[in-house]
Design a protein around this ligand. Structure first.
Ligand code: PMP
Length: 360
C-alpha cells in the first residue's frame, strides 16, 4: 500500500491513525458485533459515540455552556439559509463581509430572506486581502454580521475576529475550524462543513448561542430550525451517524496530539515554510497580501501557466496529489489542513524546488 500526500481542499486528508482505528472497528465496534454504520442512532451504543464526540469537541474548543452544538446534514451550504432563517427574527437586514467565493454564496442565499448590507468587500483587489476593522461599515441594527474567516478558494484569511459590538457575529469556519484555539464567546453562530478539518463529508457542525434560537416563523421548515435540532439533540431525523463517529475519532486524535494549541503551532509552521519557499522563488507566486494569507489553503501560480499540466502530472508521480487550483482561479492550490503531515509539506516544497530547477 502506498498512501499519497493529498492536498485536496475537501473532502480532504484524514489522519492515518483515524483511518486505521475506523478500519479496526469496522466490523465490530467495541464488542457490539456491528459496524457503527449499522447501528440505530437511538441505541445506547451510538448515543454514547455521539455524546463523546460532542464532549470532546466542547473540550477542544472550550465551548461555553450557553452554546449548543449540532451535528447536521446539509453541509455548510444549508447554513447559508439556516442562519437568516433562524437569526433574523423581526429584523429585515443583515451585514455580510465579502472576501471571496464562499462569502458570495452566503450573500446570494441570504438575499432570498432579507436585505443584505455588504459591510465591506475586497472584490476590487480580486479578493487577495481582508478588510480591517475600521473598514467595516456595520449597521448597528443588523440582525447579525456574517463573515468567512478563511476563504477556501482564494486562500485568504482574517488575521483578527471582527468586533461587532452587541450584534451577533456569524462565522463560516468550514476551512479553518479546529486549526487553532479561538474564543467561541465572541461568536453568535459558528458553522463548518465537516469534510476539511472534521472528517468525511455529509455533515455540518453548528455551534449556536442559546439566546439566538427560537426566532423562526411558522413557515420555517422543521429541518432548518436550530431549536428543533437542539431539542432533539441533533436526532430530529436520522443524523449522518458514520460521519459523526469519524468526527469523534478525529477529535480524539486532536486531543491525543496536544489539542488546538499544538495544531496551531504545526499549522503556522507548515504554512510559513510553504509561503517562504514560494516567495523565495521567482517561479512561483502567491497573490495574497502577507497579513491575510491562509494557514489552510495555499494557492500559487507558476510563472508559465503552460507548465501547469506538467507540474500536476509530475507531482502526482511523486505522490503529491490534488494540487490543481479551483477552476475559478487556475494555477495550483495546496490545502494543508490539520491532517496533512509536516512531511507532506516538506515533500511538496522539495518537489517544487526541483521542478523549478528543471523548468525555471
Ligand atoms: N464555505 C466554505 C468556506 C467552504 O470551503 C465550503 C466548501 N468548500 C462551503 C462553505 C460549502 O460547504 P458544503 O459543500 O459542505 O455545503
Amino acid at each position: 500500500m502506498a498512501r499519497v500526500f493529498n492536498f485536496s481542499a475537501g473532502p480532504a486528508v484524514v489522519p492515518e491513525q483515524v483511518l486505521e482505528r475506523a478500519q479496526a472497528e469496522m466490523l465490530d465496534w467495541n464488542g457490539s458485533g456491528m459496524s457503527v454504520m449499522e447501528m440505530s442512532h437511538r441505541g445506547k451504543e451510538f448515543m454514547s459515540i455521539a455524546a463523546k464526540a460532542e464532549a470532546d469537541l466542547r473540550e477542544l474548543m472550550a465551548i461555553p455552556s450557553n452554546y449548543k452544538v449540532l451535528f447536521l446534514q446539509g453541509g455548510a451550504s444549508s447554513q447559508f439559509a439556516m442562519v437568516p432563517l433562524n437569526l433574523l427574527g423581526d429584523k429585515n437586514s443583515a451585514d455580510y463581509i465579502n472576501t471571496g467565493a464562499w462569502s458570495k454564496k452566503a450573500i446570494a442565499e441570504a438575499k432570498r430572506y432579507c436585505e443584505v448590507n455588504v459591510a465591506a468587500t475586497t472584490e476590487a483587489d480580486k479578493f487577495t486581502s481582508t478588510p480591517s476593522q475600521q473598514e467595516l461599515n456595520l449597521n448597528p441594527d443588523a440582525a447579525y454580521v456574517h463573515y468567512t474567516p478563511n476563504e477556501t478558494i482564494g486562500g485568504v484569511e482574517f488575521p483578527y475576529v471582527p468586533d461587532t459590538g452587541s450584534v451577533p457575529l456569524v462565522a463560516d469556519m468550514s476551512s479553518t475550524i479546529l486549526s487553532r484555539p479561538m474564543d467561541v464567546s465572541k461568536f453568535g453562530v459558528i458553522y463548518a462543513g465537516a469534510q476539511k478539518n472534521i472528517g468525511p463529508a455529509g455533515m455540518a457542525v453548528v455551534i449556536v448561542r442559546e439566546d439566538l434560537m427560537g426566532k423562526t416563523t411558522a413557515t420555517t421548515p422543521a429541518m432548518f430550525d436550530y431549536k428543533i435540532h437542539v431539542d432533539n439533540e441533533s436526532m430530529y431525523n436520522t443524523p449522518p451517524t458514520y460521519t459523526w463517529y469519524l468526527a469523534g475519532l478525529v477529535f480524539d486524535w486532536l486531543k491525543s496530539n496536544g489539542g488546538l494549541t499544538a495544531m496551531a503551532e504545526v499549522n503556522q509552521r507548515k504554512s510559513a515554510k510553504l509561503y517562504a519557499a514560494i516567495d523565495a522563488s521567482g517561479f512561483y507566486h502567491n497573490p495574497v497580501e502577507v497579513g491575510s494569507r491562509s494557514w489552510m489553503n495555499v494557492p500559487f501560480t507558476l510563472s508559465n501557466a503552460e507548465l501547469d499540466s506538467v507540474f500536476l502530472a509530475e507531482a502526482k508521480e511523486a505522490g503529491l496529489v490534488t494540487l490543481k487550483g479551483h477552476r475559478s482561479v487556475g494555477g495550483m492550490r495546496a490545502s494543508i489542513y490539520n491532517a496533512m503531515p509536516e512531511a507532506g509539506v516538506e515533500a511538496l516544497i522539495e518537489f517544487m524546488a526541483d521542478f523549478e530547477k528543471r523548468n525555471g
